[in-house]
Design a protein around this ligand. Structure first.
Ligand SMILES: Cc1ncc(COP(=O)(O)OP(=O)(O)O)c(N)n1
Ligand SMILES: Cc1ncsc1CCOP(=O)(O)O
Ligand SMILES: [Mg+2]
Length: 220
């Protein structure tokens, strides 16, 4: 797989959740279904602190994502992303929040090709700094109420248009679902990042297909 294609820059960005997907089988089945439904990006987000589990699950997802030619983004953990890359998995990227380490250092360690994203909350200044540090995309939000991360700082939709000058794909996160995706897209989001709308129900593939149909109806 190569990530020099632009396909990752627009569409649905699914993020895993250890509460909704508590064991390996549930996680892999759900991610496989989501990938079949059509994702631009998949993020592995696991706060368990269990290194063996995180390696096992991330490696299984990296293999799955490679089959589907979709980049796998590792949340928070530059070391895990590097370890996967060094194990030979293609298309492994990284997402860092404001307390998750230095973006410039991650860029230097992962190299120029890796997809690296940054949480910018509601701040254009953070996004401008992240761009200087070499990120591939900037993420803003939360834009709507989120049960996954209810205390994430809120952001106004108008920010998405204000970030256009950065020239980077803009991710909208926080409460993105079939009721809110259209307004986030119309406000300027290139990528719609979601946990619950993708993984919060039984038929994951159908949920993803529904969201994609909605987005396709709004394009270009
Ligand atoms: C695409 C995307 N955007 C934002 C976040 C949030 O990152 P962070 O602020 O570091 O919070 P945690 O996800 O680590 O709880 C994200 N993970 N992905
Ligand atoms: C990780 C994160 N960062 C800001 S909101 C959020 C959670 C997104 O989950 P959901 O799509 O279920 O609101
Ligand atoms: Mg983080």
């Amino acid at each position: 797989m190569t990530t020099d294609s632009m396909a990752w820059q627009r569409g649905l960005y699914a993020i895993t959740d250890a509460t909704l997907l508590p064991d390996d089988r549930t996680l892999l089945n759900a991610c496989d279904a989501a990938l079949r439904g059509g994702l631009a990006l998949l993020q592995y987000r696991d706060k368990s602190g269990d290194d063996a589990r995180r390696w096992r699950q991330a490696a299984a997802l990296a293999s799955l994502c490679q089959e589907h030619a979709v980049p796998l983004i590792i949340n928070d953990d530059t070391g895990l992303a590097l370890r996967l890359r060094d194990a030979g998995f293609a298309g492994v990227g990284l997402h860092l929040g404001q307390s998750d380490g230095e973006l410039a250092e991650a860029r230097q360690r992962l190299g120029g090709e890796a997809l690296i994203g940054a949480t910018c909350h509601a701040s254009l200044e953070l996004a401008e700094r992240a761009r200087v540090e070499g990120v591939s995309y900037v993420a803003f939000g939360r834009f709507f109420a989120s049960r996954t991360k209810p205390d994430a700082p809120p952001a106004p939709l108008a920010l998405l248009a204000q970030a256009a000058h950065l020239g980077l794909p803009r991710v909208a996160i926080g409460g993105i679902n079939e009721h809110s995706a259209a307004s986030a897209r119309r406000a300027g989001a290139d990528l719609l990042a979601s946990v619950e709308a993708v993984f919060g129900g039984s038929d994951v593939e159908a949920r993803v297909r529904r969201l994609n149909r909605q987005l396709a109806a709004l394009s270009p």
